[in-house]
Ligand binder design. Structure first.
Ligand code: ADP
Ligand code: MG
Length: 326
């Protein structure tokens, strides 16, 4: 099983930011209202994710790191209706097979915490530990036992930049959750929970930084069982902003050609020039209308009714952008 886990890890765990993604998604699945991510040496030395979620029962700690034992999917059919982010039940098994790993957790109403460690794929027995309600996962020396992978890790700055980008995309996906990110002991990001649209706009501006356009427009449009909301920036003549384009489908960041095409068309049609505008957009639709399971680590989706989705996006954006010209 060790080799199988390591092979699975190769599919899902490409670099430190892949680990952060899996761990933070677990925290969000666990209903956390606060997620803290501490990184050392770009994640090569340490990745630690702490949350205040529901926690894990002591007897389930070993199961949580066992391959496929904990998958939430009961039948193949459920794949179409995945609402929670985790559904493969292999992330912790994979990560713990390629790092020195510890999982500490205390359930919300419990008065004690427990910890399991996995080293070189060997699971140690659960021991009592100190921990507030919630869960911490520590991943040290990532790929220490997979030299070929370790060699492919880039400079500390590059790996941290990937983690920072990921945290930005999560911060925009989950406005009600507080996120903190630190690197080598220094706080880098603090995003307090945003409870209303105004507070969310502050978070959007903070995430996009200088790429947040002075001219931007809020939109919220629903039709045909779909809803599109968020902010679109009017393109400036100055520079491309491909790194400030965030599109979420049911809370999941997506890079999709149907979406990209609809957005490009709407901008081109109204504004007659096609520079990369900044936007943060949220599409919500019936989960049965979209397959998010195309590839676990890629930002792809497949819409059941591509044409319908495309036209809805195009029309909603077109209408919103047209107002800016009136
Ligand atoms: P999946 O998320 O696909 O179920 P994972 O390997 O990521 O698989 O996690 C295994 C299980 O461990 C989860 O299903 C969940 O029950 C538990 N778990 C992992 N992380 C957390 C967390 N931060 N809080 C509570 N439970 C967790
Ligand atoms: Mg998971």
């Amino acid at each position: 099983p060790e080799l199988i886990n390591q092979i699975a890890a190769g599919e899902v765990i490409e670099r430190p930011s892949s680990v952060v993604k899996e761990l933070v998604e677990n925290s969000l699945d666990a209903g956390a209202s606060r997620v803290e991510v501490d990184i050392e040496q770009g994640g090569a030395r340490l990745i630690r994710v702490r949350d205040d979620g529901v926690g894990i029962a002591p007897d389930e700690l070993p199961l949580a790191v066992a391959s496929h034992a904990t998958s939430k999917i009961g039948s193949f059919d459920d794949l179409e209706h995945v609402a929670s982010m985790g559904f493969r039940g292999e992330a912790l098994a994979s990560v713990s097979s390629v790092a020195r790993f510890a999982l500490t957790s205390r359930q919300r109403d419990a008065d004690a915490a427990f910890r399991v460690e996995v080293d070189g794929g060997r699971l140690q027995a659960a021991r009592p530990a100190q921990h507030p309600p919630g869960t911490s996962v520590e991943v040290r020396d990532l790929f220490y036992n997979v030299p070929a992978r370790r060699k492919f890790m880039r400079a500390e700055r590059t790996e941290f930049a990937h983690i920072d980008d990921l945290m930005k995309s999560l911060a925009l996906a989950r406005s009600g959750v507080e996120f903190r990110l630190s690197h080598n002991g220094k706080p880098v990001r603090v995003w307090k929970a945003a409870r209303d649209e105004q507070a969310m706009l502050v978070r959007v501006a903070d995430v996009l930084g200088e790429n947040f356009p002075a001219q931007s427009l809020h939109l919220d449009h629903a039709a045909a069982g779909m809803r599109l909301s968020g902010w679109v920036g009017l393109p400036t003549a100055s520079r491309g902003q491909a790194d400030s384009q965030f599109f979420y489908v049911n809370g999941r960041l997506v890079r999709d050609r149907v979406v990209a095409h609809a957005v490009r068309q709407a901008y081109a049609d109204v504004l007659f020039h096609g520079r990369h505008p900044a936007f943060v957009l949220y599409l919500e639709l019936d989960p049965a209308g979209v397959d998010v399971n195309v590839h676990p680590a890629k930002h792809e989706v497949r819409f059941r009714e591509q044409r319908l989705v495309h036209d809805f996006l195009f029309r909603s954006l077109h209408e919103a952008l047209a107002q800016t010209r009136a």
